[in-house]
Write a protein that binds this ligand. Sequence first.
Ligand SMILES: [Zn+2]
Length: 224
Amino acid sequence: MSGAWSALLWQGSGHEVTDYIGYMYATEGRPTGQKMTVSDGHTWWFDSGSLSIDFAYTGSMDGSGCETMHAASDLTDWLIGRFPEVIDGATDRDLIDARALRGSLARAATARSRGDEILSDDVDVINLFAATPDIAPSLIGGTRQAGRSRAKASQALSVLAREAVELFAANPTDRIRECAAADCTLVFYDESRSNNRRWCSMQRCGNRAKVRAHRERNSSVPPR
Ligand SMILES: [Zn+2]
């Protein structure tokens, strides 16, 4: 691979968050992003920029992803990766609830990315979960459980729903967008200050666009 081509490759930083320190509340300081496998079997790191949209992509979304929540233990693993306070494993009931919330989050995010209204049924589901108890804020440094509160899976689902309320109620809503690649429908929340994120992932669609632009530039050079 020549230098010019290797320079086109972007090395993503797999967000590795090992612990939380200090004061934390709701979604503050929790890691986003996950390994994503699409129907063609390709796996890469996709950071949607939001916990609730990440969660939507644990299912097939609009056909872009694959089901990853086959059993309650899959839900437990996913939640503990973001909510270390979740000590008790998720139950089968939690899994049913999680899939219901996830479906509504997925449809809502897709609708928002297209500038559409969110279906009232999905609004109801998100509001319902947001109205249940979430994870209490806690200070690090107490004498009990190293300062970390214990939570159930259902409380973590409430945090996801509350984040979604905040996200989908935000004005303007143009921070929830589809990837700019013509053949990619992945939706993300642009958390950048400049609000200029274009790609689902630089490793995937961003690089493909750069490679294409590079080829077009080269092919437009007249032969000597
Ligand atoms: Zn894309």
